[in-house]
Design a protein around this ligand. Sequence first.
Ligand code: URA
Length: 291
Amino acid sequence: MTHPQPDQAQILAARALAEFWADMGLEEGRVLSARLLARRGGSAARTPAHTPERAPASGTLAQRSTPTMPSGPRPEPRKLGGNPIAEARRLAGAAASLTELRAAVEAFNGCDLKKASKNTVVCDGAFDAPVMIVGEAPGGEEDAQGLPFVGRAGKLLDRMLGTIGLSREDSVYITNLIYWRPPGNRDPSPAEMQICAPFLMRQIELKKPKLLLTVGKFATHAMLGRADGIMRLRGRKLSYAQDGMAAVPCVPLLHPAYLLRNPADKAKAWDDLRVIAKLCDELGIRRGPGL
Ligand code: URA
């Protein structure tokens, strides 16, 4: 039996997969990707069947974010000579495009994190991309460069996406729950998430993504209003609901920073990526060659 020759993009996808496994010292990753590459030319890896599910809660991200955040005392958003959430809503609502919205976030001074940050980190990727990724918050490298997911975790995320033919060059748009780095990379507070939520919701409204991917437990909990652990939610086809727009399919992913610390769980992430690849195909989302 003869196999079609892989083209350059397929070789890049295979390389991304091999690198994805390489942190674990898994030379088999190279063997596996070479095999998949040889097999490619029609049939992608088989994916387990997943039943669409709806998030139980409806209402807005801003309303949902509070009760689903980790328990403990919940600080009220600081009053800033006005109400920062109301101001964020006003600015977000006035933005008629993603470019205007990005400028509005950059001009917003209602979140204290901004004071200690070098940059406001709003988004990266193609504005018309069908896939929208929501992460947690910028880290040190993101703060330095003013772009989301550009540090070690971001590079792993790019490789993960590359294995299934998605990239921020054309198919993926990336943002975070919050736009400034929490000091010492601490968890974002509920108040910080609430203050930034109107900007995230407006991004979703303006972008109208065909598919949402939440990265890590914070983004997953805030977006989906579910308190289940990320290990229960990852790789499942769920649904994001926001007033005034149709529900958007949403798949939670393990955070790449977690995967860097726990490389053995990359096998789970790989299963999740195959779910996403299959869902992209079902939704008519064009992907480059991938596995
Ligand atoms: N982790 C995130 O959740 N977002 C980033 O932008 C970088 C790291």
